[in-house]
Write a protein that binds this ligand. Sequence first.
Ligand SMILES: Nc1ncnc2c1ncn2[C@@H]1O[C@H](COP(=O)(O)OP(=O)(O)O)[C@@H](O)[C@H]1O
Ligand SMILES: [Mg+2]
Length: 232
Amino acid sequence: MRGLFVTATDTGVGKTALSAALAAAMAAAGQPVRAYKPVLTGLDADARGSDAWPPDHELLGSAAGMSPEEVAPLRYGPAASPHLAAALEGANMDRASLLGHAQAAAAGAAAANASLIVEGVGGLLVPLTDDYTVCDLARELQLPLLIAARPGLGTINHTLLTLQAARAAGLEVRAVVLTPWPQRPTAIERSNRETIARLGGVEVETLARVGRPARDELARAGEALPWRRWLG
Ligand SMILES: Nc1ncnc2c1ncn2[C@@H]1O[C@H](COP(=O)(O)OP(=O)(O)O)[C@@H](O)[C@H]1O
Ligand SMILES: [Mg+2]
């Protein structure tokens, strides 16, 4: 199965922006694509606050032409790590059910001859259940990794730590994507890009800031990324 697993150095970095941009660009290019978010948390109104962006599964669904529920079969209200969010709701989310959903998403993509864009949850070492991390799931799906990272101060350490964890787990990292990349990057931001590439031995690309989370804008930003080569 062709696809990409999108993780990040932290939560709120740009996984959804990157995943939706990739899915929208593929759809706009006539390439079949499916999106999958293994676990979605923070759907409670008070947890969402005044974020102007729609929840992940809505944005990914709109980009990939799927229903939000199909994108994210497991959804919880509390804005907490998945293992805690499920527990707070008294839900029984174990490794087997998680894997079942992931395998169904992979089979759906394979049957449609589509690429699968998986948006991870938080960062690589986030527990999905008490004994199963995002990293474990990425290994199970056997998809190459993209790492969304911030352009500014602090990103070198976070990105190199994530690279180290990914490689220690045997995951193949296609690229780091700095997001949102400003129109006029500062000297620090340009230096960060070069430093991560050099110290991490990794391809570093950038995703432009989209003005609003609309399909055409996301597709335009995503089309600037070498996703055809990444899917290779
Ligand atoms: N390329 C981008 N264009 C516009 N906003 C971005 C971009 N990348 C990140 N952001 C901003 O950062 C916030 C967090 O991004 P998001 O994709 O939701 O992160 P994650 O999925 O990793 O939690 C978004 O609400 C958005 O405002
Ligand atoms: Mg997200």
